[in-house]
Structure formats: structure tokens, C-alpha cells
Ligand binder design. Sequence first.
Ligand code: TYD
Length: 217
Amino acid sequence: MKGKFISFEGSDGAGKTSVLKAIRADLEKQLGTSKVMYTREPGGDRISEQIRRVLVDRQNTDMDSRTEALLFAASRRQHVVEDLRPALAAGKVILCDRYVDSSIAYQGAGRRLGEQAVWQINRFAIDGLLPELTIYLDIPTELGLRRIATHRADQINRLDQEQLAFYQAVRHSYLRLQKADPQRIKKIDASQSLDQVVSDVKIAIHTKFPELFTDEF
Ligand code: TYD
């Protein structure tokens, strides 16, 4: 079987982590654990995890936005070379928690660096490797932020402390990306119940890659 690259995107509070956990368990049951690779950005391999620590450090409030964008791109580059390309060559299904669209939305739109500028540095970093399928979990900004405040108050990091306008810009950027490339990016309504969201995501994956599923669902 040819490797498959699926990325998961969404604003903070969209429920991406819970959804990914369910999808991962389901695919591992279908294909066996050795065929599925779960990974996350920023992070994955040792060097990217080191870069992640700099990015999420609450003390780094003085980090310049371009520095931040370059660090995300650098981490992504290492992830592509060390993890993603080898996994695809080995025929695995990659479930990647965030990828290049996060940078376009968060740094390009949220931090106002410009979507094109951020795309340029990321084009250099990913060197042609785009997911075949991107699951975008869409949620109204206020609802997403309310979910973070109630469930993850203890985990709020430097990047989570941004204002409503930031997250609204992030969401609109994701929506624009989805409209521009509906073949690759599938929008899922993440304001629904977790079960319903998981079911919608399974349908999107099944539609794109019917060969992955043997059971009915
Ligand atoms: P993370 O701790 O992985 O949380 P989440 O569960 O929301 O994905 O969050 C990492 C943060 O980094 C998140 O706020 C989004 C942000 N981010 C960017 O700004 N640019 C990027 O390129 C990536 C990959 C993440």
C-alpha cells in the first residue's frame, strides 16, 4: 500500500486532540499499529521537540513574529526529513496534528505576517510535501475559546494567550484556505458532539481513501 499523509487542523478549542485520538484508535484497529504513524507539529522528532520547547516557553514573550514563523518552518523541515518522508516511503498512514496550514493561519493571518510571505518560507521547508487530505475542524471563535477556558485553563501557554481578534483572523484564514483548495482540505463542523465530529471525519477519510476501511462504520 502507498503511504498516505493526512493532516489535522483547527483553531485552539476545536477538539482536535480528542478527535485525533479516536481516529487514530480506529485506524490502528483497521490496519494494525505498525501501519499508522501519529505525529504532531511543532515536534515529532528530537530536534523539532527542542524547537517546540522554545516556541511554547511562556517566558519568550519578546519573541519576534518572524522568528516565530521561521522556527515553526525549521521544525517542520526537520519533521519532513526525519519522520514524514520515511513513513510515507514505508507505506504508512500519517496522522499529523497540524502542518503548514497552521503557519499560514497563525503566523500569516493571526500574527499578520502575510499569508504569502509565510507560504514562501514554508515552501522552502516542505519542499513539495503537502498532505493528500487535510481535516479542518471549524468552530466559531468564541465557542472555541470558551472550551479552552473551561477544559484547559491549567495548560494555557504563551500562544494561547492571544486575543479574540487573533483567533478570528486565524479562523478566517483557514476558511479561505479551505475554499481555495476544497479537494485537499475538508471542513468539518466541530461545534457538534464529539461522536458526530469523529463520524464526519471518518466519512471524509473513507471517501478519500476507501481502501483503508474494510469494516462498515
Ligand atoms: P499545541 O500545544 O499543539 O495545541 P493544539 O492542541 O491547539 O494543537 O499548540 C501549538 C500551538 O502552536 C497552537 O496554538 C497553534 C500554534 N502553531 C502555530 O502558531 N503555527 C504552526 O505552524 C503550528 C504547527 C502551530
